[in-house]
Design a binder for this molecule. Structure first.
Ligand SMILES: [Zn+2]
Length: 108
């Protein structure tokens, strides 16, 4: 194992609104992330070229307000999410979700 800093699991996972995922992190920060932003950051082999790391998914094809249908824990390190567009192969690590959350909160 390398010494990559890893985001620890959130204290609480909320999804009262299916278009958003709410994560309360151990440091007290609460992130409300649009499901569409998570979908655009999907790291699976259908969305990112495994060899080059280049994006395959065109973010313009992800509609705003996209909902998540099902969310489940993958081990202790990630969430598996099924989106309303049928996409369900993405595994979203806490580290990835935290970076998406930071990007969203910066308005980028
Ligand atoms: Zn994907």
């Amino acid at each position: 194992m390398t010494s990559i800093e890893r985001q620890s699991a959130p204290k609480r996972i909320g999804r009262r609104d299916p278009a958003f995922l709410t994560l309360e992190w151990q440091d007290g920060v609460v992130s409300t992330i649009p499901a569409s932003a998570i979908r655009k950051a999907c790291p699976c082999a259908h969305c990112v070229d495994e060899r080059t790391g280049r994006p395959i998914l065109d973010p313009a094809t992800v509609m705003d307000g996209l909902e998540q249908r099902e969310v489940h824990l993958v081990g202790h390190y990630a969430l598996g999410i099924t989106f309303a567009d049928g996409h369900r192969t993405g595994i979203f690590s806490w580290t990835l979700l935290r970076s998406v959350a930071n990007r969203v909160s910066e308005g980028a």
